[in-house]
Design a protein around this ligand. Structure first.
Ligand SMILES: [Zn+2]
Length: 542
């Protein structure tokens, strides 16, 4: 006799995958999909202990996979001062948020804030050091831009970091001065000394951040994610924190760990020594890839472009590593058996990265290593050709179009800006683009992500090259199956087929038939199931 299901979902469309289409019911047993099909086919699997969930016409899909975010940072950021455009549309609002926090913070303790975007602030410029000084005279303050690549520090923070007017910026960094005085703006590698003097988090802090961030993801139907820079906050201790979180039942989402490999803060040698290479782990927690940063962000004018930014003949962004350095780093990780997932946004950075990947793959061929290009915002047709040939995949975040599309046009011009993140192009080439949020860069809310995949519209309504639109089924495929593919786990999860992990998201509205506007503004995740267990229930009625 066939086993009886633990859980059955029925009475609503169940989108099982792009090829599989829609089923009427799904049966789950021991954390995996037992069967999908017509309601009459699944009904015999109902036993006395089966929990039957009535979808009431709502849509169920495979659990979403945010293929690039920063879970630890997201969790921490949720306790920082919220300087995102929604919370602080004006400079005054931003400063008053910092002032309020300062009133509750002991003198000398750090105040951290994050999420501002100068293009969305009323003053259309970065805040100044002196303004942060006024808001919090007795505390060191670091305000991080939405992109995560630029920080504004107040005088106390700069002092503690030993940065003054005579400091010279390290290679791949920028310490901004105006009229011989520090503005407080630091970019890329110049921020190291500040991070170095911010007290590092304890293991308890790290576990709490993982749990806080992960629960937030579940509330959006996200059951899997990739942490894109493990080690960024807590070094190698983050590995222990993740394992403890899992052990204690405090790891809410399946997490694929990308190890930070940048030479000044790498955790790769320690991981390698401990036997932690790509694929080590289990369904909940797995070592994924190794990451190096090649450039910054386009909106912050630090993405490394082959041609200058608009109106700044000398500015082509920031090149973080020399070709030799990158080639050596990539080769080292490739030889050790790691998949790579390096940050490259500008076309020049992508070129440098593809070249390094090709060299490594030529030296030690591995047709299915699936080295990834994180973001890959400004890749060119010629680069796509090389990526296809070598088996290199773009891992973009389509919500960037929604949040930053207008900024791309303003700093790079229409020709380069509008066609950025060419999703349809990648799709049609077979480059299987995943999608994600890069949280806390963008909110992990998947609905603006879907909206921009369907419409190519920014939050302002600008259409960013309508040719790059995809259908809702393609968007769902990117958010589920291709997310799994980017982690080499497409045979384990990402579709609702017999034997795959029973990760299911239930949405308040049928995404397959809803307008993009309704998906953006009027849709919720109602229910999240991970491994057959209900892990989020918005209405609390199931
Ligand atoms: Zn990232």
């Amino acid at each position: 006799m066939s086993p009886r299901a633990d859980v059955i979902l029925q009475n609503g469309p169940i989108w099982c995958g792009r090829e599989e289409g829609v089923a009427e019911a799904i049966a789950i047993w021991q954390g995996r999909v037992l069967a999908v099909g017509r309601q009459s086919e699944i009904a015999p699997l109902i036993g006395p202990k089966t929990r039957v969930i009535d979808l009431n016409g709502r849509l169920a899909t495979p659990g979403l996979n945010d293929s690039h975010l920063h879970l630890v940072s997201l969790g921490f950021m949720m306790s920082w001062v919220d300087a995102t455009p929604a919370a602080a549309p004006s400079l005054d609002a931003l400063l008053s948020g910092i002032r309020t926090r300062a009133a509750k913070t002991r003198p000398g303790e750090w105040i951290l804030a994050r999420g501002y975007d100068q293009t969305k602030l009323d003053v259309k410029r970065h805040p100044y050091r002196t303004e942060l000084d006024e808001a919090a005279p007795d505390n060191p303050v670091m305000l991080v831009r939405a992109c995560g690549h630029i920080s504004i520090c107040n005088s106390r923070a700069l002092e503690l970091a030993g940065i003054n007017e005579n400091s010279s910026a390290p290679p791949g960094g920028l310490i901004e001065q105006r009229n011989g005085s520090l503005t407080g703006l630091l970019a890329e590698n110049a921020r190291g000394p500040v991070w170095a003097v911010i007290p590092s988090p304890t293991e308890d802090d790290l576990v709490a951040a993982i749990e806080r961030g992960g629960r937030y993801l579940l509330s959006y139907g996200i059951t899997s994610c990739m942490d894109a820079a493990v080690g960024q906050r807590g070094g190698f201790a983050e590995i222990a924190a993740y394992h403890r979180a899992k052990r204690e039942g405090r790891l809410p989402v399946r997490t694929w760990l990308t190890l930070l490999g940048d030479p000044d803060r790498t955790i790769v040698p320690q991981c390698y020594e401990a036997g932690l290479i790509s694929g080590t782990g289990d369904d909940m927690l797995m070592i994924g890839a190794v990451k190096y940063f090649l450039d910054g962000s386009a909106g912050g004018r630090t993405a490394w472009m082959s041609k200058p930014y608009l109106g700044e003949d000398q500015t082509t962004g920031i090149k973080i590593l020399t070709d030799d350095e990158l080639n050596e780093l990539v080769m080292d990780a490739h030889v050790k058996g790691y998949q790579l997932a390096c940050h490259a946004i500008g076309d020049a950075a992508i070129e440098q990265l593809i070249t390094a990947y090709e060299r490594a793959l030529a030296a030690i061929p591995d047709p299915d290593r699936r080295h990834r290009i994180e973001h890959s915002g400004f890749s060119t047709p010629e680069q796509h050709r090389r990526m296809l040939k070598a088996g290199i995949y773009p891992c973009p975040q389509q919500v960037f179009i929604y949040d930053f599309g207008d900024a791309y046009v303003s700093v790079l011009g229409e020709e380069r800006g509008l066609s950025s993140y060419p999703f349809r192009t990648w799709f049609d080439l077979g480059l299987k683009p995943a999608t994600g949020s890069d949280a806390p860069v963008c909110d992990p809310n998947p609905f603006p992500n879907f909206y921009s995949m369907l419409t190519r519209k920014t939050w302002k309504g600008t259409v960013m090259d309508a040719h790059e639109r995809v259908t809702i089924e393609e968007a769902l495929q990117a958010f589920t199956e291709f997310g799994a593919f980017s982690q080499k786990l497409e045979n384990t999860k990402g579709r609702l087929v017999e034997g795959q992990l029973a990760d299911v998201s239930v949405f308040s509205r049928n995404l397959l038939t809803a307008t993009p506007e309704d998906i953006l503004d009027n849709t919720y995740c109602d229910l999240t199931i991970r491994g057959g267990a209900i892990v989020y229930d918005r209405l609390g009625v199931t």
